[in-house]
Design a protein around this ligand. Sequence first.
Ligand SMILES: *[C@@H]1O[C@H](CO)[C@@H](O)[C@H](O)[C@H]1NC(C)=O
Length: 235
Amino acid sequence: MQIPVLIVVTLAALLPPAQPCPSEMNKVKDLLEVNCTGQALDEVPPHLPVNTGILLLSDNRLVSLSTKAFLPLTQLQDIDLANNKLESLDARTLLPSVKELILSHNKLRSLPDLQGLPALTRLAVAHNSLTTLAPKAFCKVPQLQDLDLRGNQMRQLPKEAFEGLKALKELDLSDNLLEHLPQELLQDLQKLDTLWLSGNRLQSLPIGFFPKGRLFMYRKRWRVTALRKPSSSFL
Ligand SMILES: *[C@@H]1O[C@H](CO)[C@@H](O)[C@H](O)[C@H]1NC(C)=O
């Protein structure tokens, strides 16, 4: 009775490791989507398919992470790390194909260094514990179009916080503790068309706050939208 057990164990060791997460083609994006959602993971599973394009890692127990873990995945575009316990993220490893990074509902106290993600177009760090942003915090990700910073604890922002974000279209700063905003804050954001500011402590905005030559109007509470064909500015 000993020998068959030994054979089974030996065979198991020779087989490739079990694929921990189901995967399927995402037909809209034409990328392989690997779904590791809700598996109580405290680290990125090894042996993910090398052609992973979308990696869903939300609702796990990740506390700290280096994007080095994704280095073998050369086609990776979207990473969803929402709803973990992330206190630190090292994003300095160069991952030139990554376009979307979702970090919402974690425990980050400061924005990670994004220097390894030059192609990033969408970044969500909503519902973390950010208290402010460094000047030029996003200068390494100039292609960013959508930035979600809702639900943090930012009281103030330096005037250069969004410097260089010339492609940014949407900016969500709602549900923070902002009391004042610097007049120059939106200076570089030539493509901005929607800004959310609700749920802050703002009484007013500085004169000249909106980029020159663009007409903005208020909709709902503190959602500010650029009109399609701006002709003049007010405020
Ligand atoms: C990923 O897996 C989770 C848990 O099995 C499931 O609830 C969810 O719908 C899946 N997500 C997608 C996008 O397939």
